[in-house]
Design a protein around this ligand. Structure first.
Ligand code: ZN
Ligand code: ZN
Ligand code: ZN
Ligand code: ZN
Length: 348
C-alpha cells in the first residue's frame, strides 16, 4: 500500500485505490508487479514440483517408495505393484504405462531423490490448515498441533468432552467428573470393560485364524469410478486378483446409508468381496483389511466371515474400519486407496 499512498497526492483522494493503480510511476508499478510475480512463482514452484514428482499413473504424490522405469517415468509403490499384479493375472509382460518399456522388480529402480523431495513438499494439517513438510506432518498432527482433537483426562470415568488440545486444560479445571461418586462412575467403567472384552475377542479370533491351513494376502488398489445414475455416486473397484485358485474383486462405496454424501459431514466407507470364478465347493472364508506395505490408511482391524457358494458370490457391504470421518476424507482426496486384504480359508 505504501506505493499507492505515495501517489495519492497527485490524484483526487476520494477513490484512491482504483485510480492510483493506473497512475503508479512506471518504476513503482514495475516493482509492484515484480513482487507479485515473485510471490506467484514461489507458490507455483511447489505446485509445479508436485506435478513433476507425482506418480505417472494415479497422479498423486507418492507417500511411500517411488519406482521408475528404465526411461525414468515415476510410479508410486501402490501403482507399481498393481501393474505387476495385473500383468501376472493376464499372463502378459508388465510395461511402463507411459513409454511401454518392460518393467519388473529387477527392471525398475527406486528413486530416492524423488522420495526425499516429495517428503519436503508442503502438505496441509487437517486440524489447523497450516502447511508443513510431508515428512513432519504426521508428527505435527499426532503430537504437536494445538488444534488436534483430544479428550478429557477423566474420559475413563465418563466425561464425554472432546475438543482442541488448547482448550483441554481449561476444561479439565472445570470438569465435574472427578467429583462424582464411585457408584456414579460405575456405568462408564462397565462400558470400558465391554470395549476391552471386544478387543480381546478380536485378537483371539486373529490368533485362531493364523492357525488356518490356507492363508493368503493381496495388496489391493481401489480406483474410483462414477455411475451415470440419476444421483451421481462415487464407487471404488479393484482389478481382479487371485486367491485360493479363484478370481476375486473388491468393491467399495462411500456413505452408503446417505442419499447425498456431499450434504453430510459424517462419512464412512463400506466394502464387499466378490468371487468372480465359479466354485463347485463352498468356500468358508474369513477376511480382514490392514494398512499393508504401500498403503497409508489408518485401519482398526475387524474380521468378517462369509460362506461363498455357487449362488452366493458377493459378501454384503461391510464397514471398512476407518477411525473417523477425517480419515475417510483423506482417502477420498487420494486418487487410489491401497490396503492389504488377508483371506483365511477354513478347511473342511
Ligand atoms: Zn500411483
Ligand atoms: Zn517409462
Ligand atoms: Zn496443525
Ligand atoms: Zn471432563
Amino acid at each position: 500500500m505504501s506505493e499507492a499512498e505515495a501517489t495519492t497526492s497527485t490524484t483526487d483522494s476520494t477513490e484512491p485505490e482504483k485510480i492510483t493503480e493506473d497512475l503508479l510511476e512506471p518504476e513503482a508499478k514495475r516493482r509492484k508487479t515484480a513482487a507479485i510475480q515473485q510471490d506467484e512463482k514461489k507458490y507455483r514452484l511447489e505446485e509445479r514440483l508436485g506435478g513433476i514428482l507425482c506418480c505417472a499413473v494415479c497422479l498423486d504424490l507418492p507417500k511411500a517408495a517411488v519406482y521408475q522405469c528404465s526411461n525414468g517415468h515415476l510410479m508410486c509403490a501402490g501403482c507399481f505393484t498393481h501393474i505387476l499384479a495385473d500383468a501376472r493375472l493376464r499372463d502378459e509382460t508388465s510395461t511402463c504405462p507411459t513409454c511401454r518399456v518392460e518393467i519388473c522388480k529387477t527392471l525398475a529402480t527406486r528413486n530416492l531423490a524423488v522420495e526425499n523431495a516429495v517428503s519436503e513438499l508442503p502438505s496441509e494439517c487437517q486440524f489447523c490448515n497450516k502447511q508443513f513438510p510431508r515428512n513432519s506432518l504426521e508428527k505435527h498432527e499426532d503430537e504437536e498441533c494445538e488444534d488436534r482433537i483430544s479428550g478429557c483426562k477423566y474420559h475413563r470415568i465418563g466425561c464425554p468432552w472432546r475438543g482442541p488440545v488448547h482448550e483441554r486444560a481449561q476444561h479439565e479445571k472445570e470438569c465435574g467428573h472427578p467429583h462424582k461418586s464411585g457408584a456414579e462412575v460405575m456405568e462408564a467403567l462397565e462400558i470400558l470393560d465391554q470395549q476391552l472384552i471386544e478387543e480381546r475377542k478380536l485378537y483371539k479370533t486373529i490368533f485362531e485364524l493364523l492357525g488356518y491351513d490356507k492363508i493368503t494376502f493381496n495388496d489391493i488398489q481401489l480406483k474410483p469410478y462414477r455411475t451415470d445414475d440419476f444421483v451421481h455416486r462415487l464407487f471404488y473397484e479393484s482389478s481382479r486378483f487371485s486367491a485360493f485358485n479363484n478370481q476375486w474383486v473388491v468393491k467399495a462405496k462411500i456413505s452408503d446409508n446417505q442419499k447425498d454424501p456431499t450434504q453430510s459431514s459424517e462419512r464412512d466407507m463400506t466394502y464387499q468381496l466378490i468371487l468372480k470364478s465359479k466354485t463347485s465347493t463352498p468356500l468358508s472364508l474369513s477376511y480382514i483389511v490392514l494398512r499393508g506395505p504401500v498403503g497409508d490408511v489408518k485401519i482398526n482391524p475387524r474380521v468378517y466371515n462369509f460362506d461363498f457358494t455357487e449362488q452366493e458370490t458377493e459378501t454384503p457391504y461391510e464397514h471398512f474400519p476407518l477411525p473417523d470421518t477425517a480419515e475417510c476424507n483423506r482417502l477420498l482426496a487420494a486418487k487410489t486407496i491401497n490396503f492389504r486384504l488377508i483371506m483365511f480359508l477354513a478347511s473342511k
